[in-house]
Write a protein of this length. Structure first.
Length: 309
């Protein structure tokens, strides 16, 4: 059982906000030793780390202590904590979590062009190894691409990478920018494909082409709960969870086994219809990485090479 969510705070959650699930199942799948949850977040707590005034949503609190309790419950050894958009470019909550992790976490920050070299070095010392560029218009305001490219050039000198979050329909117009980035580039959630379309259709084939033609581009094969139209397993337990996402994620894992990552996405911000059980999400892994070798690369070798090497 994770530590309980606080019952009150100095802020009001977005109407209809779904809080994270407090009683995740014990996974049946035994994670390889040293596994990394390579995509998760911390929110606040808001009375300690206030949410950004320009935020598009206000979440429930989700503390570092609660994240690490989930890590231990699921059997992960480490986390990669991604700066949440509700905190804007104030990475204080992220840095606090990295400090508390005592080397067992790395971070992906959000920074602005005016950040100083000294501030970048401080983030590096705290454990940050990347920056995130968000192109999902409902979550963030547009940042000019020349500003983002300037940031990418500066963080390249630190050996960091860029994480990009976008929706599949926007890939054609973003292609030239993504392929010009001077760093390793990690795509969140396979570029959010429409899983109602064929896995070998033109939309997903464009994403596969992006990875095939650009060996610096990696992908997270996480968040089936965000992409699925079939949804979680039925109450009778007879249907596979998120079965419509399986062929997409499996294709990426099998085609690019050395450039894939996986994460829980806890505490699952901005979901509208259901809150996933993180234990069941772990049990999704062997369905997309079907051999011990693929599982080890996805969960241990790849994230360790990118974040701890």
């Amino acid at each position: 059982m994770l530590p309980s969510r606080p019952t009150a705070g100095p802020h009001t959650k977005t109407a209809g906000w779904l809080d994270w699930y407090e009683g995740p199942a014990q996974p049946r799948f035994a994670l390889p030793p040293g596994s990394v949850d390579a995509h998760c977040h911390v929110f606040g707590p808001g009375d300690v780390f206030p949410y950004a005034p320009e935020r598009k949503y206000t979440p429930c609190d989700a503390s570092a202590e609660q994240l690490f309790a989930l890590r231990d419950h699921l059997g992960f050894a480490r986390n990669v904590i991604v700066q949440a958009t509700c905190h804007g470019a104030d990475n204080s909550a992220l840095v606090d979590a990295l400090t508390k992790a005592a080397g067992r976490a790395r971070g992906v920050a959000t920074v602005r062009r005016d950040i100083s070299d000294a501030q970048l070095r401080a983030l590096h010392e705290a454990g940050v190894r990347g920056v995130r560029f968000n192109f999902v218009k409902r979550l963030v305001d547009f940042t000019p691409q020349d500003e983002l490219m300037d940031i990418a050039a500066r963080i390249a000198r630190l050996g960091w990478h860029v994480v990009i979050y976008f929706e599949a329909r926007d890939l054609p117009e973003l292609w030239d920018f993504f392929t010009a980035l001077p760093t390793t580039v990690v795509v969140d959630h396979m570029g959010r494909p429409d899983v109602n379309l064929p896995v070998d259709g033109p939309q997903f084939e464009l994403f596969m082409r992006l990875m095939r033609e650009h060996p610096n581009i990696w992908s997270k094969v996480s968040c089936p709960e965000r992409l699925s139209l079939s949804g979680p397993p039925a109450l009778d337990g007879q249907s596979a969870p998120y079965r419509d996402v399986l062929p997409f994620a499996r294709r990426v894992v099998e085609t690019f086994p050395d450039r894939v990552l996986w994460g829980t996405d806890w505490p699952h911000p901005n979901l509208k219809d259901h809150m996933p059980d993180d234990g069941l999400l772990v049990d999704f892994i062997p369905q997309i990485a079907t051999t011990a070798e693929l599982q080890r690369k996805l969960l241990v070798d790849n994230p360790m090479r990118l974040y701890w090497a």
